[in-house]
Design a protein around this ligand. Structure first.
Ligand SMILES: Cc1ncc(COP(=O)(O)O)c(C=O)c1O
Length: 345
């Protein structure tokens, strides 16, 4: 008999279709690459980064993040991607059996993290205008409420007044996921300072182009951050990942900002082209666009035959079938638009 935790029965691994394609627009990473300063740090790595442990709790990385975010180091913690920080926060603040509430559709890993932490998971549909349903979320009685803005996969954002109402009435933590904040018109990170129950997670996987290095961070009051650090443990990223992240955060910020502006410009052009094909993409403030399209999985399969990979969703709540298309250099968008045209014929 395989020794096994009863609640782990039926948990399947997250495995989005990994089809090697010339044009891969499926995972919202930075299609422009990474900041040259980070690449230089990779070339300059010293063997001691490999043979010795990194300094525990990543103080140098926190210093760089502090300069970038405007929050003191004691308000910051880092993790192996923001995935890891979400997982750690759930473990830090909730006992097994407690409940989290998550708008639907939203980041698909949330139900997975709930399961592996033994938590009850309650999805609460977005309203028809793609705003979160504050009363619905509060009615769940959840001790932690997750909000993603810009939201994956819709690309839509939560409005300030709605978020404030949620935060001020929530009985526990509100975890605000700002993985795509660099592409948005506004951030709500200041709520981490002004409210005692807000934690904001962010990542270097998207605008910073370092998805493979696995570096994310969380912002919150020092007493909240201290709890997450208990769940996190001392060594979360490699020394090399730390060096590359520090280089990106210190010398690479102007590159990151310029490429984020490029992605926003391209998003506008992509939306116009999709509309010209008779489609109605959702209003996005992320580096991707969600396009409702009946039969999206079949269309995506035909696009893959044309060497273009986009993420297909089937029966998303309030949306139906849809394609999520990442924004990158225009020649990639042209390839995607052409493949989409052909796949829909
Ligand atoms: C909304 C959202 N949050 C968090 C993540 C996790 O990113 P990472 O673990 O690379 O920081 C993703 C990745 O796609 C995401 O879309």
């Amino acid at each position: 008999m395989t020794p096994r935790r009863a609640s782990y029965e039926g948990i399947s691994l997250y495995s989005p279709p990994a089809v090697p394609c010339r044009v891969d627009l499926s995972d919202n990473t930075n299609l422009f690459g990474m900041p040259p300063a980070a690449e230089q740090a990779l070339r300059d790595f010293t063997p001691s980064l490999i043979t010795r442990y990194p300094v525990s709790y990543a103080p140098e990385l926190k210093k760089a993040l502090s300069a970038y975010s405007g929050f003191e180091a004691s308000w910051l913690t880092t993790g192996c991607g923001s995935d890891d920080l979400i997982d750690c926060a759930l473990r830090a603040f909730l006992e097994p059996g407690e409940r989290i509430a998550v708008p639907e559709p939203s980041f698909s890993m949330m139900s997975y993290f709930a399961k592996v932490n033994g938590l009850q998971y309650t999805p609460v549909p977005l309203r028809s205008d793609f705003e979160i349903d504050v009363d619905g979320l509060l009615a769940t009685g959840a001790r932690l409420i997750y909000v993603c803005s810009p939201n994956n996969p819709t690309g839509t954002v939560v409005s300030r007044a709605v978020l404030e109402r949620l935060v001020d009435a929530a009985p526990g933590i509100v975890l605000l996921d700002e993985a795509y904040t660099e592409f948005a018109s506004a951030s709500h990170v200041d709520l981490a300072r002004s409210r005692p129950n807000v934690i904001v997670t962010r990542t270097l996987s998207k605008a910073f182009g370092l998805a493979g290095m696995r570096v994310g961070y969380a912002i919150g009051r020092p007493e909240l951050v201290a709890e997450i650090e208990k769940a996190r443990g001392p060594y979360k990223h490699s020394g090399l990942a730390e060096r590359m992240a520090i280089a990106a955060l210190t010398e690479g910020v102007s590159w990151v900002k310029a490429r984020a502006e490029d992605a926003k410009e391209i998003r506008k052009r992509l939306v116009a082209e999709l509309k010209a094909q008779g489609l109605e993409p959702l209003p996005s403030e992320a580096n991707f666009v969600l396009v409702p399209l009946p039969g999206a999985p079949q269309v995506a399969a035909r696009m893959r035959e044309r060497d273009v990979n986009v993420r297909a969703f089937q029966g998303l709540a309030g949306v139906g079938d849809a394609l999520r298309i990442g924004c990158g250099p225009w020649p990639l968008m042209e390839a995607a638009l052409q493949a989409l045209r052909e796949a829909r014929r």
